[in-house]
Structures are given as C-alpha cells and as structure tokens.
Design a protein around this ligand. Structure first.
Ligand code: UD1
Length: 430
C-alpha cells in the first residue's frame, strides 16, 4: 500500500505554480467531441483524472497526444465517434458523464454508465435527464446505463434547473450548442469553470449569451470547428495552498490563479488573521501569510459565488487548529463528513449535527495514521498532518493524485518533510 509519510509541525513557505482546473479541463476535453478534427487544450494539469479522460476519449475513437509535463493535450476527433462510456471508466471518474451532452448533441445518442455511489454523497443525475428530455431526447435506464436518444436531433427549449448544478449545466450547454433553435437555461451554474467551457464553445463557433450569469441563452448552430484553448487556473488547488499557509502558519505565494476566482474565501482567511496580497503572475497570483495561530471562522458552502464545497475540508482543518470555536455548514454534499472522523484521529475536536459541524480548536494536533476518502479530504489531511506534531501516514494517496499535480514535490519545495512510501499491510504478511 502506498502512503504519504510526513513529519510536523512545519510552516509551509515558498512559491507554488497552479495549472488548469481539474473541474474545467475534463469538460473541455469532452467538449472537443462536438467538432471533428484536432482540438488542443493547453495549461492542462498532470493529474490522474486527465489520464482517465484520455482513455475514455480514445475508447470513443479519438486519437490523442498527451504531454503531461508540457501540460498539453491534443485530441483528434473522428467524423463519427463512439457513443458508449463504459462502467469501468465512469466508476473511476464521475466526470466521465460530461461526454453525455456532447454525444447526444452531435451523434443523437449516448450510452453512459451510471456513476453509482460516491464518497461525498448520492449526487443524482435527475437534472441532466430532465433537461435532455425537455430538448427532445428519449431517456431510459438500461442495465446500469443512462441511454439517451434523439434520432431527429435535439431542439431548443426553456429549462429551469431546480438547483444550479455544475454537471447538469455543462451537459445541457454542450447538448444545446448544436440543437435546432434556442435554448434558455435558467438558474444555471456560473462557476469560473462553466465560464471557461462556454468560452471555448464560443471559440468553436457556438452562440452563447449570458456567460457568467445564471441565465444562459444558447442558439444552436449547424456545426462547430476545432480550436486551441487555454484552461482556466485551478481555483480549488490555489485555495488549498492559501489554506495551507494559514493552517501551518506559513507564507505561500501562488501563481496561475487569481483571488477573483474565489470570492469570499480570502475574506474568511483575513478573518482568521491572514494577510492576503495580490501578486502579478500569468493567470493571476496572490500571497497568503498566516498568523502564528489562526482565529476560528464561520463558513457555509454554497454554489458559486458562495464558499466552494471543495474547500470545506480545509475550512474544518483550519478551525481544528484555531483559537476558539468555528462552525462549518455543508449545503451541497451530505456525506462530505467522512473526513471529520479521520481528522479526529489527529486530535481534532469536531461534532457534527446534520449538515453542521462545530469545531473546537486545539493548540496542537498530533500525528497519526489516517485515510483519504476523496481528493480534497486527502489534501486537507496532509496539510493538517503537517500542522500536527509528529509523524502522520496518509493512505488513499490515489485520491490526491486525481486532483493535485506533483503534490509531494510541491510540499517539499515549501519545506515539508514528506515522502511517498510503499508500506506492507497485514494482508501482505504470510
Ligand atoms: C462539480 C465538481 C465538484 C464540486 C461540485 C460543486 C467536477 C468534476 N466536480 O461536481 O468538484 O464539488 O461541482 O461545486 O466538476 N444534483 C442533483 N441532481 C442532478 C445534479 C446534481 O441532485 O442532476 C445535486 C448533487 O447530488 C449535489 C449537488 O446537486 O448534492 C451538486 O452537484 P453538482 O453541482 O452537479 O456537482 P458536480 O457537477 O457533480
């Protein structure tokens, strides 16, 4: 079993580069299916999920050149791509469902395995389904597959999303760009990653108005063309490093994503006692310097521009070492609390009631063996482990690899005592 072995306490200090957003690049890659020919995406992070999306698109018939080091993926889309996303790949990465919209939109049919249970909640697909039906698709479930067919093509409609779902907004926009007529999506998600995808689609020839607002108006066009597009910086990774500076009482300069991508987050860090400065860098930049010990904060996760759910584990970790009592309310994913039990192994005092957590800060956490249950929980546990006294071992490392490129190398460059090791488990012993 592979684990991260780290020794704290340690104040993280230095500069880190952030590349493109995981939650954007995977959808940009899916969007290339909308136009035959070679599209290229630059500023691509070297993360496991990109490799999984490469495999998925290859199975759909694309020819792909992926240079992880250079951060470039070039996708040659055939005239008639395949239409089936297998369970094996969808199970490995839920974002695989983002091929649904492009395939129905362009090929008039798609078969995508249902993602099934997820470590951070049930995460339904009802809005994806309702929107596609409104656009004229026939949708049914068949042996674990979401099967959509629009033999005569999709048509424009007016659809209200009951909740501004990121995934449903993306799928419906990608389905609507080639539909017959105009589609209006009300209460659409407006995360920077949605803006990025809409921007790429417009570069490909799509007609989308209202980008960055909660009403998107998409007038279908007959065809799109391939493009080269630069992926927006990863605000969640950038935010993770900002929290890391405050949790460990260090100072981290981040290049590649600006503070404007994370409204409310920096105000909370300032309330905790941090100093935030803007820094000139390609794609934006900032420096966060933490106090010796942060003050506790009150945080409620909400769709953009609210506090992002993906930074919620870091908010709990911050409160765990803060001076005072902090509160965190999770409004998006009901099961994001698995992380709390692991943090408790480091000595954090957290009590959960429904979707609220009350965290009583302690002066010192102590190193322990913990397990990452998802991408953000894994990274937050590593940062909490670095703030703790003694040795911690974090298992479930593959989760971290799904979202954070060169995680161990970056932490080392910030001064952390951390290594990736193979550890025998009782099951390995004769
Ligand atoms: C995306 C991000 C994820 C982030 C989340 C919210 C990717 C790969 N992942 O996930 O990191 O945490 O946005 O910012 O981009 N829901 C339904 N029915 C639907 C769709 C969603 O009930 O049809 C519910 C989900 O169960 C969940 C909530 O809406 O409780 C949020 O889901 P959504 O915004 O769609 O998030 P994802 O696109 O899955």
């Amino acid at each position: 079993m592979e684990v991260l072995r780290l020794t704290g306490p340690c104040r993280l200090n230095g500069v880190v580069e952030v590349r493109g957003a995981k939650n954007s690049v995977l959808k940009l890659m899916a969007a290339t299916l909308l136009a035959p020919g070679r599209s290229t995406i630059v500023n691509v992070p070297a993360i496991l999920d990109v490799t999984i999306m490469v495999r998925l698109l290859e199975r759909l018939g694309c020819t792909i050149d992926y240079d992880a080091q250079a951060g470039e993926v070039s996708i040659d889309v055939p005239a008639a791509p395949g239409i089936r996303a297998d369970y094996e790949l969808v199970r490995a990465m839920r974002a695989s469902i983002s091929v649904l919209g492009p395939l129905v939109g362009r090929m008039g049919q798609a078969q995508v395995a249902l993602p099934g249970g997820d470590a951070i909640g049930s995460r339904g697909l009802d809005l994806h389904e309702a929107g596609l039906k409104e656009m004229g698709a026939e949708v049914h479930l068949d042996h674990g597959y979401f099967v959509a067919a629009a033999p005569h093509g999709l048509y424009g409609t007016h659809f209200h999303l009951d909740f501004p779902s990121v995934g449903a907004t993306e799928n419906l926009v990608m389905a609507a760009v080639l539909a017959d007529g105009t589609t209006v999506l009300d209460n659409a998600a407006k995360e920077p990653e949605i803006v990025d995808i809409c921007t790429m689609l417009v570069e490909m020839g799509a007609d989308i108005r209202g980008i960055g607002t909660s009403q998107l108006t998409i007038s279908g066009v007959s065809e799109l063309h391939p493009v080269t597009h630069r992926c927006v910086g990863d605000r969640i990774v950038a935010g993770s490093w900002a929290f890391a500076a405050v949790i460990t009482g260090g100072s981290i300069e981040v290049h590649g994503a600006g503070t404007e991508l994370l409204p409310h987050v920096f105000e909370k860090l300032e309330t905790a006692g941090a100093v935030v400065e803007r820094v000139e860098a390609v794609g934006g930049g900032f420096r966060v310097t933490g106090p010796t010990r942060p003050h506790s904060v009150r945080i409620s996760t909400l769709p953009y521009p609210g506090f992002p759910t993906d930074l919620q584990p870091f908010a709990i970790a911050l409160n765990a070492v803060a001076d005072g009592e902090g509160y965190v309310t999770e409004n998006l994913f009901e099961a994001r609390w698995r992380f709390v039990n692991e943090l408790a192994r480091l000595g954090a005092q957290v009590s959960v009631d429904g979707n609220h957590a009350l965290i009583t800060g302690v002066p010192e956490l102590s190193g322990a063996e913990v397990e990452a249950s998802d991408i953000r929980a894994g990274a937050a546990l590593a940062i909490a482990g670095l703030a703790a006294t003694g040795v911690s071992e974090i298992s479930g490392v593959s989760h971290i690899d799904r979202g954070y490129e060169f995680f161990v190398d970056k932490l080392k460059s910030l001064g952390a005592d951390i290594e990736r090791i193979e550890r025998a488990t009782v099951l390995d012993i004769d």
